[in-house]
Design a protein around this ligand. Structure first.
Ligand code: NDP
Ligand code: ZN
Length: 349
């Protein structure tokens, strides 16, 4: 079968691969809408995968199920979480670490361990726990935005422990940061300062609840945030930037605050944090970093927020393509980060 992926770091192309085999607990799904992620383009530039189909955001139609699958059958319309843990792994039994089933980020099977969703079909392990039926009242493209963007953005919000009245800075307002802005608003933050410059993202950030916009291109963001707030924020979420962003986040966060990261840092990145910036170790500022939680129930919860009108995830869709072959165009567009880009999707029709 055909799929768009990476031959090696820095080389992406259409690949010819074997059709995946369906185990007794598994499913084979034909994608109907897919989206490229910044993590796909990041992996393409830097990761050591070879001959690997990319993509980990999909909704689709079940083509085949294993003999032990009870909740799904061929023809069902499904939403596929980007992280599909092995629910039998000891980390899962011990700590319910749905992102790290067999080790760091190991629940991220697509890309990390097998071909992704940019193929004619793709494999889903343990379908009964890792697939979600499409929900009445939720558009398929809205559901697609839950599987990684909303789940990850909301994970940043969960780790930041946003409380009523918190003042928050969200650094980075690509699709992940925008979902974090929306999540902060739902969790009751009062002031939400969003850092980013792409005009479409700035507009969407305001719609999702940002009260202030700061540009990292026109001055030091720590100074700007401290000036706006008269001293700093309660919580800082990092959803973009580079290794220096970690220090900036710590410096703009007040004592007793939390820095919550979901940004994918470069393999070579190092955090240089002068002790004074972290209150000589006495600031009670927690630094947390997390990976998108996995599994079906997580995504059902996200979809229920859409169904009951708490969030419209389709505002982050800036470009739509039609046709399997257009996956390549969407991927390169995602890589380009042009000013009018938030998130492209591809209807495979
Ligand atoms: P985007 O590239 O679309 O957005 C990045 C944002 O960061 C933009 O708003 C950009 O501003 C801003 N930015 C860039 N440089 C700086 C800087 N120096 N200082 C402050 N802000 C800056 O990314 P996505 O929203 O798609 O993804 C965000 C990150 O999340 C990526 O690293 C991605 O790999 C990661 N990710 C992590 C997951 C997880 O589970 N932890 C899952 C999915 C994604 P501008 O408007 O100027 O472009
Ligand atoms: Zn992703």
């Amino acid at each position: 079968m055909k799929g768009f992926g990476m031959i090696k770091a820095g080389e992406a192309a259409w690949l010819e691969k074997e059709r995946p085999v369906c185990g007794p607990l598994d499913a084979i799904v034909k994608p109907t809408i897919v989206a490229p992620c910044s993590s796909d383009t990041h992996a393409y530039h830097t990761a050591a995968y070879t001959d690997r189909i990319l993509g980990h955001e999909a909704v689709g139609i079940v083509e085949e199920v294993g003999e032990l699958v009870t909740k799904f059958k061929p023809g069902d319309e499904v939403v596929v979480p980007c992280c599909t843990p092995n629910w039998l792994a000891s980390n899962m039994q011990e700590m319910l670490y749905t992102a790290h089933d067999e080790g760091l980020m190991a629940s991220f099977k697509y890309l990390g361990a097998k071909d992704g969703v940019f193929g004619e079909v793709f494999h889903v392990n343990q379908a009964d726990a890792n697939l979600v039926h499409m929900m009445d009242g939720v558009k398929p493209e809205a559901a697609l935005m839950t599987v990684d963007m909303m789940s990850t953005g909301f994970h940043a919000v969960e780790n930041a422990e946003i409380k009523f009245g918190d003042t928050v800075c969200v650094i980075g307002i690509g699709p992940v940061g925008l979902m974090a802005v929306a999540g902060c608003a739902i969790r009751g933050a009062s002031r939400i300062i969003a850092v980013g410059t792409r005009p479409k993202c700035v507009e969407a950030a305001k719609e999702y609840g940002a009260t202030d916009i700061v540009s990292y291109k026109t001055g030091d963001i720590v100074e700007q945030v401290k000036e706006l707030t008269g001293g700093g924020v309660d919580k800082t979420i990092i959803a973009g930037g580079n290794a220096d962003t970690m220090l900036q986040a710590i410096m703009m966060t007040k004592p007793m605050g939390i820095v919550s990261n979901v940004n994918f840092f470069d393999f070579s990145a190092e955090f240089k944090i002068p002790a004074l910036a972290w209150g000589l170790g006495m600031a009670n500022i927690d630094i947390r970093g997390g990976f998108c939680p996995g599994g079906a129930r997580r995504i059902e919860r996200m979809m229920e927020l859409i169904k009951y009108g708490r969030i419209d995830t389709t505002k982050i869709i800036s470009h739509t393509f039609h046709g399997f072959d257009k996956i390549e165009d969407a991927f390169w567009l995602m890589d380009s980060k042009v000013p009018e880009l938030i998130k492209p999707i591809v209807y495979i029709d």
